[in-house]
Design a binder for this molecule. Structure first.
Ligand code: PGA
Length: 251
């Protein structure tokens, strides 16, 4: 059985003090959560203070990006061991905003995934089509290609460490969610692609989230779909009450 994973992507929001305050508001609202993993991904500058605020809570810490070299002359970059040293467990890679605004290619994302795994970080790898691609009817082939590129050269045992986030770009921050059936359908295609790359057992072990305008009032319906194993939540993760309600979608 795959344990659902709900991750909050705080993007470029929250100063360290604000991030700690958000954690302090969130923790009591989460209460005891069973049979799911909860992750928050603050910006780099708040990781250290959020790590402290999360101690003993069962909520895991994630980062939003990492470079693929362990150290060196790469001004402005952050290496996997630096995140590891702060207690980071997950790292979002290949988010569409990084692909769109920072020129991240499938090849770079694959390098980052390998580097993260090598240093004991679990990648949350984002894939998803644009509105134009959906309208042109190439969603499934495009997303399948992104998944194949992301997992290229990764062995089955390592592949099981990855989480995939299917995030249709047209649904991110727009208030337009994919219907739960649309999301489930593409996620099923992703799982099929993983089965072809590896085998049925490996594909069945990899968690695949949906992301894109997930809110407290659409989460339960999304989670009813058999292939959806959780959510990557942007905007709604910045509010303690709404993120807690998303995590507790089945209360
Ligand atoms: P959103 O963002 O929930 O604000 O649509 C999701 C994401 O970009 O991960």
């Amino acid at each position: 059985m795959r344990v659902p994973i709900v991750a909050g992507n705080w993007k470029m929001h929250k100063l360290p003090d604000e991030a700690v305050a958000l954690c302090q508001a969130l923790i009591p609202r989460l209460g005891e959560f069973h049979n799911r993993e909860v992750v928050v991904c603050p910006p780099f500058t708040a990781l250290a203070s959020v790590a402290k605020a999360l101690e003993g809570t069962g909520v895991a810490l994630g980062a939003q990006n990492v470079f693929h070299e362990p150290s060196g002359a790469y001004t402005g970059e952050i290496a996997p061991p630096m995140l590891k040293a702060l207690g980071v467990k997950y790292v979002i890679l290949g988010h569409s905003e990084r692909r769109q605004y920072f020129g991240e290619t499938d090849e770079l994302v694959n390098k980052k995934i390998k580097a993260a795994l090598e240093h004991g970080l679990k990648p949350i790898v984002c894939v998803g089509e644009t509105l134009e691609q959906r309208e042109a009817g190439i969603t499934e082939s495009f997303v399948k290609g992104q998944v194949e590129a992301a997992f290229s050269g990764i062995l089955a045992d390592d592949a099981k460490q990855l989480v995939v986030a299917y995030e249709p770009i047209w649904a991110i921050g727009t208030g337009k969610t994919a219907t739960s059936q649309q999301a489930n359908q593409v996620i099923a295609v992703i799982r099929k692609a993983l089965e072809s790359l590896y085998d049925g057992a490996t594909a069945a072990a990899i968690r695949i989230q949906y992301g894109g305008s997930v809110k407290a009032d659409n989460m339960a319906e999304l989670m009813q779909q058999p292939e959806i194993d959780g959510a990557l939540v942007g905007g709604a993760s910045l509010d303690a009450e709404s993120f807690a309600r998303i995590v507790r979608y089945d209360d």
